[in-house]
Design a protein around this ligand. Structure first.
Ligand code: G1P
Length: 288
């Protein structure tokens, strides 16, 4: 059985991005004119996923509205004969069927993933965190699914992180098996620099066997008083092999202000109608 379902946790309060996240989901922050979560949903689709579950919380309605039909807007665009915009808007709502599950209390990432259990049933599934955008011709989730198909085990995407950032990540200890591939030996959520088992941090892309749910149910609250996905992974690793894969691609942490700016700049540099103007403007302000 291959991976056809994905869970996108989007119930977090977005405290790193206050005040804008006071009234707006952080997943809807625009990378120029496209919300971050659009890229995440698109990555799942491009990886062969056809069933998406978004875990939402209060004040996340904008996410549902974004992926839904918008009859008034469509009628308006049709009346104005603005057919390009009309088909762009219609395409978004016909991308894929999305199911929404509410996490009533923000009890942590592990608890958010656990909310999807009934919908996933007995299948392997992907988890994509809404903050992370990864650009590459082979989508990051596809790379993980390919590893899953080889070993039939859970697999997480990792990358080297700067020493001063280890306390922001789930940090792994792994045994190198081949180029880019590690067998997970341990994972620690947000360790202090001196306690980190390596500099390899889990980014927000995972593929899990369904036994992760059992492990999460037995996981009590950890760092920050929250039920941590990392602690569930650690418990799962006691009964199953888990792999860590140094994915190929460029990852942006759009939940971080600098990561967000980088995502916007790189996106603008990729767009023919913005690139030259942006370069000219940057030259002007940097030389000033
Ligand atoms: C979460 C996970 C952490 C992971 C990170 C990747 O942390 O708990 O293990 O390394 O995402 O972005 P958060 O960024 O939600 O604090």
């Amino acid at each position: 059985m291959t991976v056809k379902k994905a869970v996108i946790p989007a119930a977090g309060l977005g405290t790193r991005f206050l005040p804008v996240t006071k009234s707006m989901p952080k997943e809807m922050l625009p990378i120029i004119d496209v919300p971050a979560i659009h890229y995440v949903v698109k990555e799942a689709l491009d990886s062969g996923i056809d069933d998406i579950i978004i875990i939402t919380g209060r004040s996340k309605r904008a996410i549902e509205d974004y992926f839904d039909d918008s009859p008034e807007l469509e009628m308006h665009l049709a009346k104005k004969n603005n057919l390009d915009l009309l088909s762009m808007v219609q395409e978004i709502s016909s991308l894929v069927d999305i199911h929404y599950i509410r996490q009533k209390e923000p009890l942590g990432l592990g608890d958010a993933v656990l909310r999807a259990e009934k919908h996933i049933c007995d299948e392997p599934f992907a988890v994509l965190l809404g903050d992370d955008i990864v650009r590459n011709s082979t989508p990051c989730t596809r790379q993980l699914i390919d590893i899953y198909n080889r070993y039939r085990c859970s697999v997480l995407a990792v990358e080297d992180v700067p020493e001063e950032m280890v306390s922001s990540y789930g940090i792994i200890k792994g045994k190198n098996l081949e180029d880019l591939l590690y067998l997970l030996e341990d994972i620690v959520e947000k360790p202090k620099k001196d306690d980190a088992p390596s500099m390899m941090g889990a980014i927000g892309r995972y593929v899990f066997t369904q036994e992760i749910f059992d492990s999460l149910k037995k996981t009590s609250s950890g760092v920050g008083g929250e039920i941590q996905l990392t602690d569930g992974i650690r418990r799962l690793n006691e009964r199953q092999n888990i792999y860590a894969y140094k994915f190929v691609g460029r990852r942006y942490d759009t939940g971080d202000r600098m990561g967000y700016i980088e995502a916007i700049i790189d996106s603008a540099l990729d767009q023919g109608d913005l690139r030259d103007d942006l370069i000219a403007y940057m030259r002007q302000v940097v030389v000033r």
